[in-house]
Design a protein around this ligand. Sequence first.
Ligand code: NDP
Length: 481
Amino acid sequence: MNKKEKWSLSPSLESTQHVSIQKQYSLYINGKWVKPNSGIYFPSINPADESHLSSVAHANEKDVDLAVKAARAAFPSWSKLAPSERAKYIYRIARVMQEKSRELAVVETLDGGKPIRESRDIDIPLACNHFFYYAGWADKLCYAFPNRKVEPLGVAAQIIPWNFPLLMAAWKIAPALATGNTVVLKPAESTSLTALKLAEIIDEIGLPKGVVNIITGFGDTGAALVNHPDVNKIAFTGSTQVGKIIQKAIVGTSKKATLELGGKSANIIFDDAPIDQAVEGIVNGIFFNQGHVCCAGSRLFVQENIADKVIRKLKLRLKSLYVGNPLDKNTDIGAINSKEQLEIIKSFISVGKKEGAEIYQPTCEIPKKGYYCPPTLFLNVAQSHTIVQEEIFGPVLTIQTFRTIDEVIQKANNTPYGLAAGVWTDKGSRIFNLTTKLKAGVVWANTYNKFDPTSPFGGYKESGFGREGGLHGLAAYTKLS
Ligand code: NDP
């Protein structure tokens, strides 16, 4: 092809005809849709084109109290229900989610801006799998924790962020139900719709009233939930800043907590790594879900002798990434979740430039309306740069080089966070060496951003504590004696 010849992909838009989004959503409390005491409904916006999708209720303290009371009232009978019966309910949720997976995927993409390929192939199937997986454990808790008495904790208050809305709801609700707890869940204000669709599913399958309550709102709704005296467990995923507020709020109470917070994870490429695969791993590590991933591989470390080659290939690969309409199946990088988040990302990019880092962004056409950010690389960065230290939560990668293993371990661990890391090398022994020395909750080898319901996930240091997924995720909702 002539070098100057322009080419483009034919659009391949996912249909929205099969999707039903109500004009207005109330709160799902005690098996009923109830109007908020505040009388306030706030808009849910499609970040891809700034259109209005729906209006969502703002729950105030009174609503939070109603939801917690409903969960408390449902607890005795739910926790005493035969575990095999509990399993059937959870299994039914998974099956109906599967049946509605196309609709859920489109709603997730409309509400959050993530590419339809990701919501269709990753978010929704994984969310279903979490319900299937924990349905399987519900009547086998004596095998999960042999020779222990297993009891539920009571009412679980669950607060989730906007980057994986339905998946985070599944991570939290499924193990809580399997172990006999009841739930009040608050989704993030910018992405409430799939949690509300999940409430419809929960209603449809006839889960006993009050076992799961879904209340929408802002940070004050989350704070009221955390501070409610009749809550036994807090499961929070979100920023380190809010995680610290929550931890302070529950000091001196008997509330149990798991906090899944931010990250600034290292993706490390050694010179014996399969370079082309590693380049794909770098792209997946930082540009998956527009970089709105707590465990995003946002700090790249490349061994010095292959750095030129890796950076050249990476720049070339970036040129072929398609930034645009998230409903288009060609899209690799969709819309940034909100205007506020786009502003945060832009301000980090300008700080990076001001501090003297070298920026690379491929020329790409981005839609005129909506919130978009091209994939961005920063070269010539030092450990002290703000963009290396702070979580950006967007499609921005910093690139550093290293010579020896000790050097890269030191650099990778030089962060207040400790959520994840990636290691690319041909040597198994080197992988094992690094997994013991990197201070991260998850270390991926020759891959990145792989999730599975059977596998625990969580962090160290300012990335939080406690694990979700697998047996660890069950344990977090039980009292073992
Ligand atoms: P926030 O911490 O701002 O919000 C998370 C949730 O908490 C939202 O539902 C939010 O409500 C609610 N909330 C806000 N203030 C309070 C409060 N004072 N008390 C109780 N709840 C509150 O994070 P974001 O939603 O902006 O998500 C991005 C952050 O989450 C990133 O830093 C990212 O690293 C982290 N994250 C971590 C993950 C992990 O597994 N470790 C996974 C995903 C994200 P509202 O939306 O209405 O403000």
